[in-house]
Ligand binder design. Structure first.
Ligand SMILES: Nc1nc2c(ncn2[C@@H]2O[C@H](COP(=O)(O)OP(=O)(O)OP(=O)(O)O)[C@@H](O)[C@H]2O)c(=O)[nH]1
Ligand SMILES: [Mg+2]
Length: 458
């Protein structure tokens, strides 16, 4: 449905969580990627701009630092997305007496199938439901509704005459008294022409619906804004149902367009089957889009991946353009401790589906433990200046022996050190934060795995 958008947002939150610093370049990258995904989902440019500005502003707010900044940023992103998705809007039939719902929308919007889905939804929840087919225009329209009723045990009322919708209604209305919920399916047209407007207005006066629902297909994207406005001019639209959310990437645009016009979305439909209808709740929708729990679990994740003290320490080192072997091992250890590498990798969009080589990960964790022993058996001097070990190769044997590991392990560690030190030198820490990104971590880990057998010469 909106996998791409979901993945992009996930990626942004991962980048924020895993960054050592949120510097300008990283924030720019995050904002750019988000913008691209939102635009692809057909969210309107002004909304995208507004969201980007808020994120930038939060990112560069100097009053907030460290882990709080990350939490702040994720919260802003989350809240802004909720905001553009709109308010939660519920469709609640009356407790007592009859509730009448009139469905309207353009041609092929999904009115008839949605009428059946909605009827089924409330019938399952104990309401006595009647569906009324008033599409006198499209051939076989009434049969379509009757067929759906038969398949799903729903009461459908139609009359064979096709003279006018209002006359059909007059014949049917007296039979509807015993029902709690009456859902009326109406005809669609290519455009909101005067004939359609007239028909709906007359029906509206006669039926006096408690709710008038506009059905729009998700694939119209942000054009939903225009359509909702047009319909609202002639009818009192109480809410919207977005159909076919399953078959387009533009659903984000349709949803945000509804929020822009204050047309609350009651339901979305996500497939052709009768049960493919769900209440629209922006919070839940976003959580699902992100494939994780609510904001709190997102925050938990940040807390678990961020060790503020360590972050501070590394930050200082990076600013000096210098890191020690202890830092390298600390760094790798922290990566390893992020709830386990495999768990972390599974949170990375795209990687979740990819086969993660568990054996390799286990191997890696063992390796890191060895590296820790190695660092412990070095002198303080050696830890701070690994060049010493490279210069005086006799140190290699001593250190490796002290740690109870092979010389090759030490070489792998030194190679790793070179790699990180190189990154620090070359990029003033920027790529370091990217390096904390789990996806890049995986690459790095693969490099580590090769490190021991590498071509180190010293
Ligand atoms: N994949 C998918 N298809 C849907 C969904 N909702 C409706 N459809 C399909 O969209 C097409 C049009 O649906 P209808 O319910 O007939 O639309 P309508 O607005 O009543 O059309 P008219 O009466 O001709 O104006 C049908 O083929 C439906 O099966 C959905 O949520 N997902
Ligand atoms: Mg129809």
């Amino acid at each position: 449905m909106l996998e791409k958008l979901g993945n992009a947002i996930k990626k942004a939150t991962d980048k924020i969580s895993n960054a050592i610093f949120l510097d300008k370049n990283l924030v720019d990258t995050i904002v750019r990627e988000l913008q691209r995904a939102l635009i692809e989902a057909d969210v309107s440019i002004p909304l995208v701009k507004e969201l980007s500005e808020k994120i930038r502003k939060a990112a560069f707010d100097e009053k907030i630092t460290g882990i709080e900044k990350k939490e702040h940023l994720i919260k802003i992103l989350h809240d802004e997305l909720i905001h553009i998705l709109g308010e939660k809007k519920e469709l609640i039939p009356k407790e007592k007496g009859q509730t009448r719902i009139m469905m309207c929308g353009l041609y092929a919007a999904g009115k008839t199938t949605t009428t059946a889905k909605l009827g089924n939804y409330f019938q399952k929840r104990g309401k006595k439901v009647a569906l009324v087919g008033l599409d006198v225009w499209r051939p076989a329209a009434k049969e379509q509704l009757e067929q759906l009723g038969k398949e799903h045990n729903l009461n459908v009322y139609t009359v064979p005459e096709n003279d006018s919708a209002i006359n059909n209604w007059k014949q049917i209305e007296p039979k509807l008294e015993k029902y709690d919920l009456v859902i009326v399916d109406t005809a669609g047209r290519h455009d909101l022409d005067s004939e359609l407007v007239e028909e709906i207005e007359t029906l509206n006066k006669k039926i006096k619906p408690d709710k008038t629902i506009l059905v729009m297909p998700a694939d119209i994207g942000q054009a939903a804004k225009n359509q909702a406005e047009k319909f609202s001019n002639s009818l009192n639209i109480t809410g919207v149902i977005i159909s076919r959310m399953d078959s387009t990437a533009k659903g984000g645009g349709a949803l945000t367009a509804c929020a822009e016009t204050n047309s609350g979305v009651y339901f979305i439909t996500t497939g052709e089957k009768i049960n493919d209808i769900e209440k629209f709740n922006p919070e839940q929708f976003l959580s699902r889009l992100l494939g994780m729990g609510d904001l709190e679990s997102l925050m938990e994740k940040i807390r678990s991946v961020t060790d503020e003290k360590q972050q501070q320490k590394i930050q200082e080192k990076l600013q000096e353009g210098k890191i020690t072997l202890t830092d390298v091992v600390e760094q790798i250890k922290s990566m390893n401790s992020l709830g386990g590498m495999d768990k972390m990798l599974s949170m990375v969009p795209g990687l979740g589906k990819a086969k993660i080589d568990k054996a390799q990960l286990d191997e890696q964790q063992k390796k890191v433990a060895k590296w820790e022993h190695l660092v412990n058996s070095m002198t303080k001097e050696e830890r701070e200046n690994p060049e010493l070990i490279k210069k005086e190769t006799t140190r290699i044997g001593r250190i490796a022996k002290g740690a109870g590991v092979n010389n090759s392990e030490l070489r792998a560690l030194l190679k790793q050190y070179d790699m990180l030190a190189g990154m620090v030198k070359g990029t003033q820490g920027m790529d370091m934060s990217e390096g904390m990104n789990p996806k890049q971590m995986e690459k790095l880990m693969k490099k580590f795995a090769r490190g021991g057998r590498g071509k180190m010469r010293f």
